[in-house]
Design a protein around this ligand. Structure first.
Ligand SMILES: C[S@@+](CC[C@H](N)C(=O)[O-])C[C@H]1O[C@@H](n2cnc3c(N)ncnc32)[C@H](O)[C@@H]1O
Length: 450
């Protein structure tokens, strides 16, 4: 659309967006854009912030906060009645009023993944020991999501020099009077990469129709950094056609699940799919042929297909749209990291690993997906009775898989040895090539014990 405003978000809007998943992200962004275009948007909390600042400045121990309830318009009164008690308990938590005062802060304007971001504290504090804090207030009825806490504190730290030099960022959940501070265990580089991916997706959703799909596709690719540890995949980029770049640009924000190098947030499948249904994880979905065929034939379950191969992911996104599938989401990144950090125990109804890279050389066996440590991880994420289904055209890997899976005490083989070809598994181009090269195909079907 000509004349569309450039992508822009306030810290509040961006952290709310980050806490959302799936298609509701796009709806949220288009609402923000409309708001920006019409110049609307009203902050109902202004009087509360002023009263809190007055109580700090004049050491009045909550008198201004108590009084503000009667001053605001009647329609805002219930909101203020809900907010003021928590605000007073936060004020008390600051300790001796003589030892803390207000510090002047400035708003910062940052750029992240193509998105302009206004980062502004609600107030600044300076204690008499010289320490300073830049404070954001969270007013919503629900506590802030873990994502929102991490994102808010990270972005405030990122721009602290402009806002209040050397201050610590703090997020106060006003209704509950609780305070969130940065967690030293969270690595800032990981959060930065995660948020850059989120911001790039935000900017793409904002800028419909997208003018530079290939550029955006590159952004999505670079937002997923590949781990330097032992990986089960080949570091390949592949060529991105115009169709793929377009699909990635339009559909990644809707169906995409970024998997950062060291994920710090849990996936909420119910929020991702907008329903609670058994979840199937496909590791190494390639061009997505099996995902599409199986998900289409199995609408009662949700499918999360994961690969590191961006053109394959883009192809899958395009086909998911073409076929109108609502039970597929697409993860870009290392499925092992997803399993390790983003999926809770007993969250998967099935895991599919069809034709994982065989890594034929013995010095590369440590890269194989089906190896004892990965199998223990996979199995722990299955519900009791959940299925692990594999296929390969590499005979020596097939034997090794059988041995590894049989050795896991918590897995049961559904057959004596290899399984018959799984009826619902379609023939992919990859499998076809194996067959044409004269290789035998092996299927395996195990279940987690009850
Ligand atoms: C040989 S291809 C098979 C693709 C597909 N399943 C098929 O049958 O056509 C293996 C795929 O697994 C992917 N892969 C390997 N390790 C992975 C991992 N840890 N996370 C996500 N994808 C992975 C590779 O990128 C590759 O696309």
């Amino acid at each position: 659309m000509i004349g569309a405003p450039p992508p822009y978000a306030t810290l509040l809007a961006f952290t709310r967006y980050v806490g959302r998943t799936g298609p509701s992200k796009a709806t949220f962004v288009s609402g923000l854009r409309r708001q920006r275009e019409s110049g609307s948007g009203f902050n109902p909390h202004g009087s509360l912030v002023k009263a809190l600042k007055a109580d700090i400045q004049f050491r009045t121990e909550g008198a201004h906060l108590t009084a503000v309830i009667d001053v605001v318009r009647p329609r805002w009164r219930p909101l203020y009645e809900a907010l003021v008690p928590g605000a007073i308990s936060y004020l008390k938590s600051l300790g001796d009023p003589a030892k803390v005062g207000l510090a002047q802060t400035h708003d910062a304007l940052g750029v992240l993944g193509g998105l302009s971001l206004k980062v502004n504290p609600h107030l600044g504090l300076r204690y008499d020991d010289g320490n300073a804090e830049a404070v954001r207030l969270h007013f919503d009825p629900e506590p802030p999501s873990d994502e929102a806490v991490v994102a808010t504190l990270h972005l405030m730290s990122r721009h602290m020099r402009q806002m209040l030099p050397r201050a610590t960022p703090v997020l106060v959940d006003v209704r509950r009077g609780t305070v969130h501070r940065p967690d030293p265990a969270i690595r800032s580089g990981d959060v930065e990469r995660w948020l850059a991916g989120e911001a790039a997706a935000f900017a793409a959703m904002w800028a419909r129709p997208r003018r530079q799909p290939a550029k955006y596709a590159r952004e999505v690719m670079t937002s997923v950094a590949h781990p330097a540890r032992v990986r089960t995949f080949h570091p390949r980029r592949g060529r991105m056609t115009g169709r793929h770049a377009d699909a990635l640009t339009r559909l990644w924000p809707v169906y995409g699940v970024p998997i950062p190098e060291s994920p710090t947030t849990r996936l909420d499948p119910a929020a991702l799919f907008g329903r609670r249904a058994p979840l199937v994880l496909e590791i190494g979905s390639g061009m997505g042929e099996a995902t599409v065929a199986m998900a289409a034939a199995d609408p009662g379950r949700d499918y999360l297909a994961v690969d590191v191969h961006t053109p394959g992911i883009a192809n899958l996104l395009a086909v998911v749209e073409e076929r109108g599938l609502t039970n597929v989401r697409v993860g870009l990144g290392d499925a092992v990291e997803l399993l390790r950090h983003m999926l809770p125990a007993a969250s998967l109804d099935a895991v599919h690993a069809f034709f994982p890279d065989p890594w034929p050389k013995s010095r590369h066996h440590k890269r194989r997906l089906i190896q004892p440590a990965h199998v223990a991880l996979l199995r722990s994420r299955l519900v009791p009775g959940g299925a692990l289904r594999c296929a390969t055209d590499w005979a020596e890997y097939a034997e090794a898989m059988l041995e590894t899976l049989r050795a896991d005490p918590e897995l049961v083989n559904e057959h004596d040895g290899f399984a018959p070809r799984l009826a619902d598994r379609p023939l992919t181009k990859f499998e076809q090539r194996g067959v044409e090269a004269g290789r035998e195909i092996f299927d395996l079907a195990f279940r987690r014990r009850h």
